[in-house]
Design a protein around this ligand. Structure first.
Ligand SMILES: [Cu+2]
Length: 287
């Protein structure tokens, strides 16, 4: 999975940018208040996960069903909460062995999304439907060294059967991921918004949400990643980590008027380049 870690190195770069952005963009609260809009019939289970250098703090066993992961990045490094499911009876040790090998992930590894990166000190979230099985919480971020999973940020999560009914959250906007583009069903208005993210592509995709600094473009943000000089032009605000084709997840974020970038850093299954290099970068304006 060398290509994965390479691309996640880029993610780390973007997150480093975002981290610095947090110190420059003054915020009075360390966490963003969220009011997830959910159907009243069946609210999702809420699972709190904290990430820090270099471990996850999370429950070992949770019930199946609709689950909202609330991920607090305690830093000081950049972290995200990617979730993978291990099919075929594979274990976390099998995954560790697979991660040590180059090449694409084995077929028994399924990318289940999860909460993409918030800046240190802040929280991101993702809501998804979990079926029973063996999962792993993992951080692929790699800043000038081994990826964080190699330093301990990989943790088993067992999902056990539950009879709890599933009722999807209500969303303001649907964001559809294609090979290689983002499409929104309508504009995202300022305020606390739940976004439904659907992967209609033929390969895994993610969305990393970045709040752009005033007057900055997503291109400037990506340029800054390549050459981080001067004030960072954007700030990571979560999103949904890599998920398989056909999957749908939800995330909630507080949007203020301004410009935002949507970026997919995942490696292409054919050439290994990050999807952003194939055009999977989008800029939106929130009013
Ligand atoms: Cu992609």
């Amino acid at each position: 999975m060398a290509s994965v870690t390479t691309v996640l190195g880029l993610v780390a770069g973007s997150l480093a940018v975002a981290s610095l952005g947090a110190t420059n963009n003054v915020r009075s609260h360390s966490t963003t208040p969220r009011t997830t809009s959910v159907a009243s019939a069946a609210k999702p289970n809420v699972v709190h996960v904290a990430g820090e250098d270099f471990k996850f703090d999370a429950p070992d066993i949770i019930p199946a069903g609709l689950t909202e992961f609330k991920f607090l990045n305690k830093g000081p490094a950049l972290h995200h909460l990617a979730i993978v499911k291990l099919n075929g009876g594979k274990t976390i040790d099998d995954l560790r062995a697979a991660l040590a090998n180059p090449g694409p992930p084995p077929s028994w590894v399924k990318q289940y999304g999860g909460a993409n990166a918030p800046v240190p000190g802040e929280e991101s979230n993702a809501t998804l439907n979990l079926t029973p099985g063996n999962y792993v919480l993992i951080c692929f971020v790699d800043i000038g060294g081994p990826p964080h999973f190699a330093k301990g940020m990989v943790r088993a999560l067992q999902v056990v059967p539950s009879k709890k009914p599933v009722s999807n959250p209500s969303a303001s906007v649907t964001m559809t991921l294609y090979d290689y583009s983002f499409k929104l069903s309508g504009p995202i208005r300022a305020g606390m918004r739940t976004i439904r993210v659907r992967n209609a592509g033929k390969q895994p995709h993610e969305v990393q949400l970045v709040q752009l600094a005033p007057g900055k473009t997503v291109k400037e943000f990506l340029d800054w990643i390549g050459k981080p000089e001067g004030p960072p032009p954007g700030k990571a605000m979560g999103g949904v980590a890599g998920m398989e084709p056909g999957m749908t997840e939800y995330f909630t974020a507080g949007f203020t008027p301004g410009k935002y970038g949507l970026i997919c850093f995942l490696p292409d299954v054919n050439d290994g380049k990050p999807h952003l290099a194939h055009g999977m970068v989008h800029e939106i304006t929130v009013k």
